[in-house]
Design a protein around this ligand. Structure first.
Ligand SMILES: *[C@@H]1O[C@H](CO)[C@@H](O)[C@H](O)[C@H]1NC(C)=O
Ligand SMILES: *[C@@H]1O[C@H](CO)[C@@H](O)[C@H](O)[C@H]1NC(C)=O
Ligand SMILES: *[C@@H]1O[C@H](CO)[C@@H](O)[C@H](O)[C@H]1NC(C)=O
Ligand SMILES: *[C@@H]1O[C@H](CO)[C@@H](O)[C@H](O)[C@H]1NC(C)=O
Ligand SMILES: *[C@@H]1O[C@H](CO)[C@@H](O)[C@H](O)[C@H]1NC(C)=O
Ligand SMILES: *[C@@H]1O[C@H](CO)[C@@H](O)[C@H](O)[C@H]1NC(C)=O
Ligand SMILES: *[C@@H]1O[C@H](CO)[C@@H](O)[C@H](O)[C@H]1NC(C)=O
Ligand SMILES: *[C@@H]1O[C@H](CO)[C@@H](O)[C@H](O)[C@H]1NC(C)=O
Ligand SMILES: *[C@@H]1O[C@H](CO)[C@@H](O)[C@H](O)[C@H]1NC(C)=O
Ligand SMILES: *[C@@H]1O[C@H](CO)[C@@H](O)[C@H](O)[C@H]1NC(C)=O
Ligand SMILES: *[C@@H]1O[C@H](CO)[C@@H](O)[C@H](O)[C@H]1NC(C)=O
Ligand SMILES: *[C@@H]1O[C@H](CO)[C@@H](O)[C@H](O)[C@H]1NC(C)=O
Length: 846
């Protein structure tokens, strides 16, 4: 955790892209013959009135031309024979949800007038944390219900005997904490149950409840913090054998909570996802009884050993995901095991990345259906010449992070006409491709980082005009960028040219990239020899790293930029006021430059979407303006290493994103191991050991960043006391106030910062005693109180004594363990585990 945190302090803007399939939203149909029923139209309008629709989601509702036919309104679908409203789908897409474009208000009971409503989807909206309204239980024809509400999760009593409901989706945020699920067990018709992301840690009866749902075909309990199954339940309840889809991913379940009942489901199961749990040991032989299995997903666990032979005989298996485990063995033997049976013909996706496989890749020509092969980050070596070149269906090939050697030529790709995604980064590979090569493939994703392919700019890229992601960083290009290259850029969402020796000036990039494309383009060109002034950049760019170049001057306008990283350049002057218009900024890193002047008040006033702000290591002076407190979404605020003076404003408790405690973030394992299915393009990337899934920022609220809340004001000239208001920031994981001139006692309220992992108050003028509440911070991994004027006894409790004595050094009047100097009244009370204790033993022996 800590190393990640430190990385985060350093490299604040983490970046990664993931494109997810959006949940289907039902499109408006245009061939409606029968018009809606007057009473139902009125009911819908009443329902609309109780909503707050700031973004005009329901603008089609009641518009003059459609006034009579509510069946044409957005999200409304009627029966084409009776005209009754059957479907009401007001789900907000994940994309709009991340932009807070959702409905608010309350759910009106007018819905009861929709006599024939079968399908109700109100998910991803904000009904103010209210519980599911009681009247929903009276919608007796409902078969499909998808809700998201922030309140206590318990369906209305009337609902509990709802025998017709087949589909229940309660997927939601981690705000929930739910107790017994007993109320679910009577929804006897349920075929699909998905409470993903709801915290079920207290639902110890989940297994027994789910076992009563005899019609279940699909059970999705992803990221629910599921408690381990009580062993006695395992013997007394069988899960429905009609289950075809089972997803228990990201629950940290041990093998003992899964295996004993899992293999009862054998015959019918088609799709099984147990990824991101704590499965240990070797892969159990019992999987071989799941003869229908099409897709098995055991990624991100602690499985060891090899890949057993029985997989070779699983004739239906199309996808096998074992990435991110501790599997090992000679890769050639793995392939031998799999080649012994029919799976060679069925296997379409083989995901074995992030394991410990060794040796070269043997000939894989037999796997004629293979569309995706993922072997990244193993210990594979040798050349990859002919072993893969017959895989003509291959769309996805990921070999990065191994020790492959040799030269890859055009022949390697000569049968790969379907290739869409190619990862060869971080090996010792060289690419020798002729100047006029025209590949058969059209790549969407290309990552060749650290392959040798300079010094010229690769001309064949000119044929690749579908590229969405291009990483040719650190490949030894010393050229200038040819003009045609910028013609490829309109579709790019990620461009990494960093760590080359590329020369010249940049053209007006705002004209070359499509400034209207959703998500924009992330551009990393750090560490090159670009010169001249920074050109106008695409206004919707979510991420820019222009650091370590020879740019001078400052910058243009990027009104839609979300992430701006200008860390470590030679930028100087006052903070550029052109940033003022960048109201979409989420991440702003201007650290390690030579900006001077005051922290402008407009940062707080105009950049209210900021999640990360780093002004670290500049020459900013004067006070922290109170306007900064308008940054209610801020999670990382780093003002360290400046010459900021005055008092810490009392209003830091307005940083509301820091005021709630860290919840078990549901999506921390999310995306670690994703099936890259042809057609739906899933992109993923690791950075700094932390995964931040970011679909053009789509998933920002569900990202790992959600876990990180840091406040760093260290190495400034702040004085006065720590305002009590800081103690409201109970979500803080790291607090660094060191190297200032702060005074006064450390308030006992510090014990309220229960999420703290890192606390540094060293080198200030704090006085008084160490509050005993500090010893309650059980998660504290790093503490530094050294070089203050603290006095008295270090409070007892395992926590504070477990730190090294240096944590308390330089406080002359501090005493007690782990310091050597004893407190005046303590001379004769030795504690266990110290020298004093062994002294005492010796005394006894005497
Ligand atoms: C930007 O590039 C610099 C190297 O020039 C690097 O130190 C920094 O971590 C990069 N920032 C991000 C967010 O990637
Ligand atoms: C009504 O809808 C059903 C199911 O969508 C469809 O099969 C049928 O053809 C439709 N009837 C008319 C008259 O459009
Ligand atoms: C639900 O069903 C149970 C048992 O079938 C019955 O005892 C109970 O009264 C019913 N509750 C409601 C609210 O209908
Ligand atoms: C579970 O299934 C087994 C085998 O079908 C059966 O013998 C046993 O009685 C079942 N247990 C329960 C509690 O239904
Ligand atoms: C289900 O599991 C139980 C306990 O492991 C076992 O006794 C029973 O035979 C299994 N049933 C089937 C159908 O495999
Ligand atoms: C091959 O399969 C056998 C039998 O299942 C297994 O014991 C062995 O570990 C496998 N070898 C490798 C390299 O995975
Ligand atoms: C990989 O295997 C080597 C030696 O067999 C071992 O030292 C290392 O810890 C393993 N790595 C992982 C990630 O399991
Ligand atoms: C691959 O690595 C192994 C050690 O893990 C080594 O013995 C072998 O010589 C290497 N093979 C090649 C072709 O580099
Ligand atoms: C391409 O496929 C054909 C037909 O399967 C095969 O004969 C040829 O060797 C393949 N080319 C390479 C370079 O493997
Ligand atoms: C760009 O590539 C460099 C070197 O391969 C890497 O360190 C950096 O993280 C990449 N930048 C981004 C934004 O992914
Ligand atoms: C900022 O926005 C204002 C109002 O939209 C506009 O007048 C001004 O020119 C913009 N400034 C910059 C630097 O883009
Ligand atoms: C703290 O204050 C003293 C004098 O009051 C001053 O000499 C010292 O430089 C200050 N230190 C910092 C870090 O501002």
């Amino acid at each position: 955790m800590l190393s990640k945190l430190f990385l985060l302090f350093e490299n604040i803007a983490l970046f990664s892209v993931i494109f997810l399939q959006l949940k289907p939203t039902i499109a408006d149909s245009n061939n409606i013959i029968i018009r809606c029923i007057d009473e139902e139209r009125e009911a819908l309008l009443t329902f609309k009135q109780s909503l707050v629709d700031e973004h005009g989601v329901l603008s089609s509702w009641g518009r003059e031309d459609d006034k009579r036919d509510c069946c044409k309104w957005r999200g409304v679908h009627c029966s084409n024979t009776t005209g009754h409203v059957k479907v009401l789908n007001l789900r907000t897409s994940d994309y709009d949800f991340a932009r807070r474009k959702f409905l608010k208000g309350t759910i009106s009971p007018a819905l009861l007038k929709l006599y024939d409503l079968r399908h109700l989807d109100l998910s991803n909206n904000d009904f103010g944390g209210s519980p599911v309204p009681e009247f929903i239980g009276s919608l007796s024809k409902l078969r499909y219900l998808s809700l998201s509400c922030g309140g206590p999760l318990e369906l209305p009593r009337k609902f509990r005997n709802h025998s017709r409901l087949e589909y229940l989706n309660l997927e939601n945020s981690c705000l929930f904490s739910v107790g017994s699920l007993e109320w679910l067990s009577r929804l006897s018709s349920l075929r699909h149950l998905d409470p993903s992301y709801i915290n079920l840690a207290k639902s110890s009866d989940w297994f027994q409840v789910v076992a009563k749902l005899h019609s279940l075909k699909s059970l999705v309990l992803c990221s629910c913090a599921l408690p381990p199954v009580n062993p006695s339940f395992i013997w007394h309840f069988n899960l429905s054998t009609s289950i075809e889809t089972l997803d228990l991913s990201d629950n940290n379940l041990p093998s003992s909570s899964v295996y004993p009942w899992l293999f009862n489901l054998s015959r019918n199961i088609l799709y099984l996802n147990l990824g991101s749990n704590s499965l240990r040991g070797s892969i159990p032989e019992a999987f071989q009884h799941m003869v229908s299995l099409k897709s098995l997903h055991l990624c991100d666990s602690e499985l060891e050993g090899g890949i057993p032979k029985f997989f070779g005989n699983m004739c239906s298996l199309q996808k096998l995901g074992l990435s991110q485990n501790k599997l090992s063995g000679q890769f050639s033997q793995i392939i031998q095991n799999l080649s012994c049976g029919c799976v060679v013909n069925s296997l379409e996706g083989l995901y074995l990345g992030w394991n410990n496989f060794t040796g070269p890749i043997p000939h894989l020509g037999g796997f004629s259906s293979l569309e995706a092969l993922s072997l990244e980050v193993n210990r594979l070596n040798g050349t990859i010449g002919t072993s893969l070149s017959q895989l003509s269906k291959l769309e996805f090939l990921s070999l990065d992070g191994n020790s492959f050697t040799g030269v890859i030529s055009e022949t390697f790709f000569s049968n790969m006409s379907n290739l869409q995604m190619l990862f060869l980064a971080d090996n010792s590979l060289a690419l020798k491709l002729s100047h006029n090569w025209v590949p058969l493939f059209q790549l969407k994703w290309l990552s060749l980082a650290s392959c040798k392919m300079g010094p010229h700019f690769p001309k064949w890229l000119q044929t690749q005009n579908q590229l969405v992601h291009l990483d040719i960083s650190n490949v030894g290009i010393t050229d200038i960028i040819p003009d045609w290259f910028w013609d490829l850029s309109s579709k790019l969402s990620y461009l990494n040219l960093s760590n080359n020796h590329i020369k010249g000036r940049l053209p007006d990039l705002s004209l070359r990239f499509d400034g209207t494309r959703i998500g924009g383009t992330s551009i990393d060109i750090n560490s090159n020899h670009f010169e001249g002034s920074i050109p106008p950049l695409p206004s919707n760019s979510p991420f820019l790293n222009l650091s370590k170049n020879k740019f001078s001057g400052s910058m243009g306008f990027l009104n839609n930029i979300r992430t701006l990283n200008l860390h470590n350049n030679r930028l100087t002057g006052e903070l550029p006021s052109s940033l003022r218009n960048c109201s979409q900024l989420r991440v702003l890193d201007l650290g390690k430059n030579a900006f001077f002047g005051e922290i402008p008040t407009w940062i707080g006033e105009s950049l209210q979407n900021l999640i990360v702000l780093s002004l670290k290591s500049n020459k900013l002076h004067a006070n922290i303006p109170y306007q900064l407190c308008h940054l209610g979404l801020i999670q990382v605020l780093d003002l360290s290493f400046n010459i900021i003076s005055g008092k810490i404003p009392k209003c830091f408790n307005n940083f509301s994103a820091m005021t709630y405690e860290r919840c078990s973030n549901p999506t921390i394992g999310f995306g670690k191991c994703i099936f890259v299915s042809p057609g739906t393009v899933y992109y993923y990337k690791y950075l700094n050991n932390l995964l931040l899934t970011w679909k053009g920022s789509e998933n920002e609220y569900k990202s790992t960043l959600g876990l990180v809340r840091c406040l760093d004001l260290s190495s400034n000239k702040l004085d006065g006391a720590i305002p009590e208001e800081i103690m409201d920031l109970v979500g803080l994981i790291a607090l660094n106030l060191s190297r200032n001139n702060l005074t006064g006692p450390i308030t006992p309220k510090i014990g309220e910062l229960t999420s703290l992992d890192f606390l540094d108050l060293s080198r200030n003028l704090f006085s008084g005693s160490i509050p005993s509440s500090l010893s309650q911070l059980s998660g504290l991994g790093v503490l530094d109180l050294s070089y203050n004027n603290l006095s008295g006894k270090i409070p007892l409790g395992t926590q504070l004594q477990s730190f090294n004595a240096s944590v308390y050094a330089g406080n002359l009047e501090l005493c007690g363990l782990p310091l050597a100097n004893k407190c005046p009244n303590e001379e004769s009370t030795p504690s266990p585990g110290t020298d004093d204790y062994s002294d005492a033993l010796e005394d006894e022996d005497d």
